[in-house]
Write a protein that binds this ligand. Structure first.
Ligand code: GDP
Length: 205
């Protein structure tokens, strides 16, 4: 696990509400229902940190978690995890989609302390057009990101291997994407330890 406590900091509906950019940030992005909350919970070892702190209506905000430091704020955290708003849900009103695009673009382009993004992709679905949109946003913003396959336990090994191949081929086309990807299952604990190492290394490096 990460050394030090993991605590919910704040939810920001716009860039002006973000904390002072004093420590590195690692952000998590993905379609709604991709398994982002489950992965954050698995990584931090907190059963429901992402869920309990995120009340309905806050799903369109940037949710911040401190890792390390003092829980009472007397000491700076080592780094922060940022849960980005999910996208691609069916029947999203155009106004919501527009708001998402502005918030995410502002964050990706303007956040100096953003070290790395993790882009979550459902192992059953692979990369969809909505995922390509955020990949392009990150490419243009100069943000480096790693694709993380979620829910790997849900598909057969042969099918998973094919999807991994396709996803890696797509990643190679993108300036910001790491050529390697991570394959995880929050349910089975697969790939979690390794991903935690990557997060730490990204925060430190
Ligand atoms: P979010 O909307 O991206 O935060 O997704 P959640 O973490 O809430 O997960 C969406 C659904 O997928 C829930 O029903 C989870 O229980 C399920 N889920 C998430 N991760 C896994 C996984 O690794 N394996 C399996 N089988 N189900 C998962």
């Amino acid at each position: 696990l990460f050394s030090g406590p993991v605590t919910f900091l704040l939810s920001a509906p716009a860039i002006k509400f973000l904390p002072e950019p004093t420590v590195p940030e690692i952000a998590f992005a993905g379609r709604s229902n991709v398994g982002k909350s489950s992965l954050l919970n698995a990584l931090t070892g907190r059963k429901a940190i992402a869920r309990t702190s995120v009340t309905p209506g806050r799903t369109q905000e940037l949710n911040y978690f401190n890792v390390g430091g003092a829980e009472d704020g007397s000491e700076e955290p080592e780094f922060r995890l940022v849960d980005m708003p999910g996208y691609g849900f069916a029947k999203a009103p155009p106004a919501i989609v527009k708001k998402w695009r502005f918030l995410v673009n502002d964050y990706l382009r303007g956040r100096q302390v953003l070290r790395r993004c993790l882009l979550l992709i459902d192992s059953r679905h692979g990369i969809k057009p909505v995922d390509l949109e955020i990949m392009e946003m990150m490419d243009i913003a100069g943000v480096s990101y790693r694709v993380v396959m979620t829910k790997a336990d849900k598909v057969k090994a042969s099918e998973l291997a094919k999807t991994i191949e396709k996803v890696m081929a797509e990643a190679r086309k993108h300036a910001g994407a790491y050529p390697e990807i991570s394959v995880t299952s929050s349910e089975k604990g697969m790939g979690i330890e390794e991903l935690r190492g990557f997060v730490l290394q990204s925060a430190e490096g």
